[in-house]
Design a binder for this molecule. Structure first.
Ligand SMILES: Cc1cc2nc3c(=O)[nH]c(=O)nc-3n(C[C@H](O)[C@H](O)[C@H](O)COP(=O)(O)OP(=O)(O)OC[C@H]3O[C@@H](n4cnc5c(N)ncnc54)[C@H](O)[C@@H]3O)c2cc1C
Length: 526
């Protein structure tokens, strides 16, 4: 059986291609993973499979007017690629160019195979490899790839459709219904009456972007969210760039913003009453005299129990002040031919209704897994260090922060993953699997986040334990301690090697698999 190397550096064994690491997803996480893998393990072959026609993930998919980050790019950007634009909160197309530039500057773009959707992955302990079934989304052709390690950088939601709740009487509505995830590029909203249902990041981004052109925009929300105005340009970060140049300046700005984000999050969690009061005061200052702030901008939950929405330079409040947009806090009784009737009896006339009602969460891009022929029930698996799953050999995933920039975790997870590969190479291991030390460990949902779209889907996701390393840290500093500086070995990690298994078969008494502690003890033995 001969092996050959294809133009992407992967080896082909008969008709099943084989790579050391298979990355699923070419969004910011998959490209980040490829960067660190290439930097720390240039000897390893890898490929990135991407279901869509292009790279960029979220930043290629969403096309609604005004699409932007609500994180600053000093922390949302990669640690290895300075963000040098003046704007801290950036527009979607700028972010997409930045991600693609990172890929092309590092030769990663050549490793991305678009139109490749991973349907399933089967682990075989006989081969110590994943056999991955892939479907070409352009031709429908199916084939398999073998991988030593599987890295899921698949994001956390469905790409084919967003979430739309039951909308009573919708079939009566004669206007246009649009979900921001499938924004029609030709949608003409000039002079039209638009109702945006929702109060999350998408609604507050979209409304100020269309308000100057649309006839009238109403944000219809069931309940208010926290909305904070932040400067679109970070004067200190820009000064640091000027003083210290792109590399050092960006690094300093990134540290500053990590500190700032952590401090704000912790203060909100520790002093929720005072945090509420401060946010209310800041909000009221931006609204017209006599505006019913509490009715529309005073949430029932505490700050950061759900992700806080940021609006650059208070653009949403400006649209309200200018009279181009308004907020209605009410519930829908029914759609009518010409709009929406609310339970208060009020009617909202609408030509266009936008359902900014969220995402449909999906674990690991819908991939189905088996381990030695046994289907993996994800809700029965536990997150290990927030990057692997119990009982899943050679499998890593990336789920970023919900209380800080998602991407801050890319660097930590990927560097840890690369250190793990180095550790395994040094010790001659080819398999690593987290195993629960106590079968009856107390478990909790993977994400402690009360947003409706998260709660709706958590039952389908893996769980977490209540203490490290089985707890998902939602803190950059904890993760840095554990992932960047912490040891690879752990008593919950079982490493093994096929070479040892072969030797064990020849020399009974030598374990083919061993925990890291066992391995150390074996090495120390005379
Ligand atoms: C509108 C919007 C704005 C956001 N703004 C922010 C923000 O400001 N700050 C922040 O921190 N976070 C933000 N987020 C969260 C955001 O999704 C992440 O920050 C980040 O972009 C996720 O990157 P990712 O690469 O992990 O996932 P994604 O961007 O979702 O990319 C995943 C990729 O994997 C591919 N894929 C999935 N399943 C498969 C499969 N089975 N086979 C092959 N390919 C597959 C997808 O097609 C996609 O290209 C935002 C999210 C949305 C929807």
């Amino acid at each position: 059986m001969g092996t050959t190397t294809d133009q992407l550096g992967a080896t082909t064994d008969q008709d099943v291609e084989s790579v050391d690491v298979l990355i699923v997803g070419a969004g910011i996480s998959g490209i980040g993973c490829a960067y660190y893998l290439r930097r720390d393990h240039p000897e390893k072959s890898y490929a990135i499979l991407e279901a869509r026609a292009a790279s960029g993930g979220t930043w290629d998919l969403f096309k609604y007017p005004g699409i932007r980050s609500d994180s600053d790019l000093q922390t949302f950007g990669f640690a290895f690629k300075p963000w040098t634009s003046e704007r801290a909160m950036a527009q979607g197309p700028e972010i997409l160019s930045y991600i693609r530039e990172a890929a092309s500057e590092n030769g990663i773009d050549k490793k991305i195979r678009t139109h490749h959707k991973v349907l399933s992955a089967a682990w075989s302990s006989a081969d110590n490899r994943w056999l991955v079934t892939v479907e070409r989304t352009d031709t429908g052709q199916r084939f398999q790839i073998s991988a030593g390690w599987l890295f899921a950088a698949t994001g956390y939601y469905r790409y084919d459709a967003g979430y739309t709740p039951e909308l009573p009487g919708l079939d009566r509505f004669k206007g246009r219904l649009v979900h921001p995830q499938q924004w029609p590029e030709d949608l003409d909203y000039a002079g039209k009456r638009v109702v945006v249902i929702g109060s999350g990041a998408t609604a507050v981004t979209l409304i100020p972007a269309i308000a100057p052109t649309a006839g009238r925009v109403t944000m219809l929300q069931r309940s208010p969210s926290y909305i904070m105005s932040l400067p679109s340009k970070d004067a200190i970060a820009n000064l640091l760039l000027k003083l210290f140049g792109p590399v050092r300046g960006y690094d300093l700005a990134r540290r500053k913003n990590i500190f700032q984000q952590t401090a704000v999050y912790k203060l909100c969690q520790r002093y929720p009453v005072r945090a509420r009061a401060v946010i209310r005061w800041l909000t009221a200052k931006q609204l017209p005299e006599g505006y019913p702030v509490d009715e529309h901008f005073r949430p029932k939950y505490d700050p950061w129990d759900q992700r806080l929405c940021a609006v650059p330079d208070g653009d949403l409040f400006k649209a309200i002040r200018d009279g181009n947009a308004d907020v209605v806090t009410d519930t829908i009784e029914t759609f009518t031919e010409t709009g929406i009737r609310l339970n208060s009896g009020r009617e909202l006339e609408a030509d266009i209704v936008v359902t900014a009602t969220g995402l449909k969460l999906l674990a690991f891009g819908g991939m189905e897994f088996t381990v030695d022929g046994e289907p993996v029930e994800l809700p029965q698996r536990l997150a290990f260090r927030g990057l692997m799953l119990s009982g899943m050999p050679n499998f890593t995933y990336l789920i970023g922060y919900t209380n800080a920039s998602w991407t801050l975790k890319v660097e930590l997870v990927c560097e840890h993953f690369c250190r793990m590969l180095s550790y395994m190479d040094e010790h001659g291991y080819d398999v690593c699997v987290p195993e629960l030390p106590y079968p009856n460990m107390t478990i909790a949902p993977l994400l402690d986040f009360s947003a409706g779209y998260v709660q709706r889907a958590l039952d389908d996701f893996p769980k977490q334990g209540v203490y490290e390393p089985w707890r998902l840290a939602m803190s950059f500093h904890d993760d840095r301690r554990n992932l960047a500086d912490g040891p690879i070995e752990d008593r919950s990690l079982r490493f093994s090697s096929s070479a040892a298994a072969a030797t064990a078969a020849d020399a009974p008494g030598t374990p083919a698999t061993a925990t890291a502690a066992d391995a150390a003890a074996l090495e120390a033995a005379p």
